[in-house]
Design a protein around this ligand. Structure first.
Ligand code: ADP
Ligand code: MG
Length: 398
């Protein structure tokens, strides 16, 4: 079901209105409280700009870290307010509470052209239990609701799903709309050839995605440690590689039912341990030494995956091809990222989902060359599994 969007509202529904906006400002910070990756803050700005330009007054809600339902100074959104202000060029007023009379008063007093950021929603007892009373109180903070927190949409919390049931219109923000368009478009109506690449450490976390994608894709390329569970199912020895023994039968079933669409790496980059990169070498997949482990796809596989990506019209990638945090085991991941960037240039729709894959693409400075890099790790996975996201389901139907 298509959802109503911020862009579909007439300007009169925004002008002078208190627009309660749920963002995902859950950015990483270091020990001294400095934001180390501001991607999610930047990704939220277009929606705020859109509202401000039409005379709306953005009242922002977000979660931050895992403070367990009570105030914890380590998880205050205050430092995020400062970063948001410097990135968007509008004054950001920070309110130290969220569901109080003081907060409601602050929403009414917010001057035009400024943004109000309320304190961390996870300081509130009823947030994660999606308490209806809390949702009703949050609804008093605005005249309408915009959910732009795609990264939190897979959780039915008071500030995501709950408030959307209490405050209308309840619509998707620009980022949410973009995420749903790209991910939803790839699933519903992909241009063929449609190539999906799945990697990462565990097959167990991605099994439902594999199942959901297999009938839709022309090729599903496997990388990461999960290739080794498939190898086991094929009868190969994998040395000390990461294997999920309880998923070997499942891997065998997937190989048997997928025809030629499921493609596994034919060579592997192996080493004694992942900190021993200087001794890394390439072997055929049936020759992984007993005292070594696969930490990346091999160069031959990287080349053939790059060729498949080059010939695709839609490319969807989730999960690194190897231990990309430790060169030289980043080679396969970089090869996929570069091939996708080139493919975008040649007109393909290229989509990256998954926290670590997105980090790899950003680290390689290739994010701008993808059609879309999803801001939601868990949310994008659940979406690709075909699940309905509660934060989306609660919005008004278009
Ligand atoms: P994403 O966040 O993109 O969905 P995952 O969280 O599923 O990706 O997987 C990322 C992790 O998988 C990385 O930390 C990476 O080091 C690890 N990984 C990938 N390949 C291997 C491998 N062959 N052996 C061990 N770990 C691996
Ligand atoms: Mg991850």
């Amino acid at each position: 079901m298509k959802k109503k969007t911020l862009r579909s509202l007439p300007d009169s529904q925004l002008c002078s209105k208190r627009v309660l906006v749920r963002l995902d400002l859950n950015v990483p910070i270091d020990d001294s409280g400095h934001v180390t990756d501001d991607t999610r803050i930047r990704a939220s700005i277009p929606t705020l700009e859109y509202i401000l330009k039409r005379g709306g007054r953005p009242i922002v809600l977000s979660h931050f870290g895992r403070p367990k339902g009570k105030p914890d100074p380590r998880y205050t959104l205050q430092p995020v307010a400062d970063v948001l202000e410097s990135l968007c060029g509008h004054r950001v007023v920070f309110c130290e509470t969220t569901d109080t009379d003081e907060a409601i008063k602050a929403t009414h007093e917010l001057p035009h052209g400024e943004i109000l950021l309320l304190e961390n929603t996870r300081f509130l007892v009823g947030e994660e239990s999606n308490d209806e009373g809390l949702a009703r109180t949050l609804a008093e903070l605005g005249d309408l609701f915009v959910n732009d927190a795609f990264g939190a949409a897979h959780r039915a919390h008071a500030s995501t799903a709950g408030v959307a049931r209490q405050l209308h219109p309840a619509v998707a923000g620009l980022l949410m709309e973009r995420e749903l368009d790209y991910l939803g478009g790839a699933l519903a109506d992909p241009k063929h050839p449609f190539v999906a690449i799945l990697g990462g450490s565990k097959i167990s976390g991605k099994i439902d995605v594999i199942r959901a994608l297999l009938p839709k894709v022309d090729a599903l390329l496997i990388g990461g440690a999960m290739a080794c569970t498939f190898y086991k199912a094929m009868g190969y020895e994998v040395g000390n590689s990461l294997v999920e023994p309880d998923r070997i039968d499942l891997a065998r079933e997937l190989i048997d039912t997928s025809g030629t669409r499921l493609i596994l790496p034919h060579d592997a980059m192996v080493a004694r341990n992942m900190d021993d990169g200087s001794n890394a070498h390439t072997v055929k997949r049936d020759a992984i030494p007993a005292d070594e482990a696969m930490f990346d796809i091999g160069p031959g596989t990287a080349q053939s995956y790059a060729r498949a990506i080059a010939s695709a019209k839609t490319v969807l990638w989730n999960g690194p091809m190897g231990v990309f945090e430790k060169p030289p085991f980043d080679a396969g991941t970089l090869a996929v990222a570069r091939a996708m960037a080139d493919s975008t240039d040649h007109g393909a729709i290229t989509i990256v989902g998954g926290g670590d894959s997105a980090a790899a693409v950003t680290g390689a400075r290739l994010a701008a060359r993808m059609s879309h890099v999803s801001t939601g790790g868990g949310a994008s996975l659940e979406f690709l599994e075909g699940k309905e996201l509660p934060g989306v389901a609660a919005l008004d139907d278009a």
